[in-house]
Design a protein around this ligand. Sequence first.
Ligand code: AMP
Length: 494
Amino acid sequence: MKNVLEYLENISNDNKVIDKNGSITYKDLQVISKKIGSGLAKYVKNNDPVPVYMEKGISCLEVFMGSLYAGGFYSLLNAGLPKMRLEQIINVLDVDYVVTDKEHLENAKEFFHDKELILYEDLVDSEIDDELLAGIRAKKLDVDPVYANFTSGSTGVPKGVVVGNRSIIDFIDNFTSTFGINETDIIANQAPFDFDVSVKDIYPALKTGATLVIVPKELFSRPAELIDFLVEHKVTTMTWAVSALCLISTFHGLDYKVPETVKKIMFSGEVMPMKHLKEWMKHLPNATFVNLYGPTEITCNCTYHIIDRNREYEKIPVGIPFNNEDVFLLDENNKLVESNGIKGEICVRGSALALGYYKNKEQTDRAFVRNPLNDKYIEYIYRTGDLGYYENNDLYFGGRKDFQIKYMGHRIELEEIDKAIGGFDGVERVCSIFKEEKSKLYAFYIGDIEVKELHEKLSKELPVFMIPSKFVKLEQMPLTKNGKIDRKKLEELI
Ligand code: AMP
């Protein structure tokens, strides 16, 4: 198998994808995707990006698959992002067209005024051109890209992580077999489609023919309705971000009702707080819980730890590598760390490595490097920037080497916030700080600009989740002996 479309084409059951507007069988999904692919093929060259400006849902999934039939790869432009961020992403993708639907057309006209807007509603009316699609498919390789998901970048420009067929097939085959996902499962998708957590919903569903239920995003601010939804759809499998699970437990949603059909809960993205995990485990005594670890750049996850109900955890290990992945620690001298208690950078080796950052050689070369432990042939590893350590031979997450954080479930490089604020007239110096215990983001700055104006300007540039909860105007920036901003002193001011 070399193309993820084979997953879709191999489904023989009558299961469906369900969203808030209706449902579609996998057979019909295939037909519509082929129509879209036939229509899109005149715009898309082999391995070109297809920017998709739509809400997550069945039609969006149809466009994703249609983009692959057309020979390209998809990249979702999240409709919740501000104009400037979308422009940055579209500049990186650098194509003349954007696929959108009638619902988003007005915004699309404003945001992408120099692009050709291709309407979903027109694409689905295209005739399937089997010969054309077969010709396109014959040229495809397993190393060709399937999607690009954008994450925060320290240089001030988001990075598009490009992931290919081979990596998805490698990871999803192991993910579904490790956790026994099959066609009887009902998978509840939580993650937005521009997050790779959603890859663990879409592709296991396509591989096994399981039912995929796309949870409407507005339910994530209404915990009781969210639980009702899970109960109503008899969900069995949840692969969710830690922040989304905690939303339910924070509001004691499980005291209201328990989605008793749920058999597997897999979480990732940040350290799962024990208190919240215990709450979930108490209400679902027979379910399996799994901590998944890994960055987008290695295709979803590289390690997992199945929670042992008989073990008293102080903290949860990130666990053992998935089949066909090697996860190891390197010290500052690129030597292997094997002893307990010593921190090293978590590095990953294997087919699941992404293809790099789209049109960003510099950042790609920094993170996807030749394996320093192998000078015998070409072998790449991904340096995660995460620190890890072993304790009693279990691998644990031990923080970051840099200023990347997780805030409200989003991965953010603090330098990107600083770059945006520092770019405004009236700002001389700036430093953003994340206070983990309070889960709050602060921006300290010196300059003439007032806090209100700064806040307004920043909201036009960065997504909501990157806007600090507090701006603090200082007379002077505290500096270390070496003249660097003294982050410790700033933290003391909080
Ligand atoms: P993303 O690319 O958005 O999935 O973010 C990846 C980063 O999230 C990793 O490099 C870690 O810093 C963090 N992360 C992911 N999973 C976990 C986990 N299970 N425990 C702790 N941190 C995690």
